[in-house]
Design a protein around this ligand. Structure first.
Ligand code: HEM
Ligand SMILES: *[C@@H]1O[C@H](CO)[C@@H](O)[C@H](O)[C@H]1NC(C)=O
Ligand SMILES: *[C@@H]1O[C@H](CO)[C@@H](O)[C@H](O)[C@H]1NC(C)=O
Length: 332
């Protein structure tokens, strides 16, 4: 009895000391004490997690190449809404509504079922260990690799949210007509620099956009768009807002299925599809970065990889926050 007592006392004083230490650390370094992410997080608990995700995502992208783009975007839309916590993957429940119908995502974000499939395969080998947020982060890296984009070491150990944040999805995700200043401050709000923002926008070297996202731009009469480029986009995107609004066009026309720096070369020729693309090269502070990436593809690839790691670091849930969902579309 006495020894029991001693153990529980010593445990609680240990807890107290570590909590105090933690508080000190927070005060002193303004970091959080709960573990930071680590690429080795599953090395002991699920050593085959990454290879399982890889083969699942690879075969899905070989069936439909655009999925590479969709998965990279899905990770972005997860991370910008309360951190990379898989909140975007949740369906409606009795206590919250899904982010899937928020304006930036509705009829637009895709690839959910690929993440659910990869997660199911990981659950089979290591039940309850690997978070949906980590599956999505790894999937985004595999997606880049699959279209000859850069690779990076994915940090792991994110946990999954227990709710969705549709209002935050509506307010925190960037819009396709926003100004450069607005975009810079949005990314700044997530701890990302203007340079990160330009590099990450280079993801628009792959994937598709719907007519309604670039209609105004291709029918506008400004010197900010190459006239023959604008004309060439009009046949599949009629001026009447009631027609063809969901027709797709490649975000980057030259090599729409391969990850390269053509996106930046296009911007210099005023051939950005979205207004939010062209503002990156429109006489403002990021022109020099666009020029640099247009000439130096290696620099773009390195910066993109580094920026994806930083994006993946946005406000993760760690330690005992959140949960490891069994399926990605619902909380446990
Ligand atoms: C800078 C602000 C950004 C804006 C305003 C923006 C906006 C958009 C829009 C409007 C679309 C087309 C959606 C549709 O028509 O359904 C799109 C597609 C896409 N975005 Fe962005 N985006 C931005 C940044 C990013 C970032 C940071 C990434 C990833 C790192 C990204 C990756 C993609 C990809 C890959 C697609 C194609 C998706 C597909 O084909 O399924 N975007 N984006
Ligand atoms: C575009 O603007 C120029 C100069 O302002 C004008 O001459 C031209 O007719 C306009 N084109 C269209 C299609 O509105
Ligand atoms: C617009 O693009 C076309 C076709 O690539 C090119 O021939 C033309 O010089 C460009 N116009 C301007 C003003 O840059």
């Amino acid at each position: 009895m006495a020894s029991m007592n001693w153990i529980s006392k010593s445990t609680s004083s240990f807890t107290f000391v570590s909590a105090a230490l933690c508080l000190l650390l927070v005060l002193h370094f303004s970091t959080t004490c709960e573990a930071t992410l680590s690429s080795k997080f599953y090395d002991k608990t699920c050593p085959n997690a990454l290879s399982t995700i890889r083969s699942s995502i690879r075969s899905a992208i070989s069936r439909e190449r655009r999925m590479a783009a969709s998965l990279i975007r899905l990770h972005f839309h997860d991370c910008f809404v309360k951190g990379c916590d898989a909140s975007i993957l949740l369906d409606d429940s009795s206590t919250f509504t899904t982010e899937k119908n928020a304006l930036p995502n509705r009829n637009s974000a895709r690839g959910y079922e690929l993440i659910e499939d990869a997660k199911a395969k990981v659950e089979k080998i290591c039940p309850g260990v690997v978070s949906c947020a980590d599956v999505l982060a790894v999937a985004a890296r595999e997606a880049s690799l699959a279209v000859s984009g850069p690779s990076w070491t994915v940090k792991l150990g994110r946990r999954d949210s227990t709710r969705a944040y549709p209002d935050v999805a509506n307010t925190d995700l960037p819009g396709f007509t926003e100004s450069l200043d607005r975009l810079i401050s949005r990314f700044g709000g997530k701890g990302l620099s203007a340079r990160d923002m330009v590099a990450l926008s280079g993801a628009h070297t792959i994937g598709q956009a719907q007519c309604f996202t670039f209609r105004n731009r291709i029918y506008s009469n400004t010197s900010d768009i190459n006239a023959s480029f604008a004309r060439s986009r009009r046949s599949r995107c009629p001026a009447a807002v009631t027609q063809g609004s969901s027709n797709l066009a490649p975000l980057e026309l030259v090599t729409p299925n391969s990850f390269d720096n053509s996106y930046f070369k296009n911007l210099i020729q005023k051939k950005g599809l979205l207004q939010s693309d062209q503002v990156l090269f429109s006489g403002g502070s990021t022109d020099s970065i666009v020029s640099e990436y247009s000439k130096n593809s290696a620099r773009f690839r390195d910066d993109f990889a580094a920026a994806m790691v930083r994006m993946g670091d946005i406000e993760p849930l760690t330690g005992s926050s959140g949960q490891i969902r069994r399926i990605c579309s619902a909380v446990n």
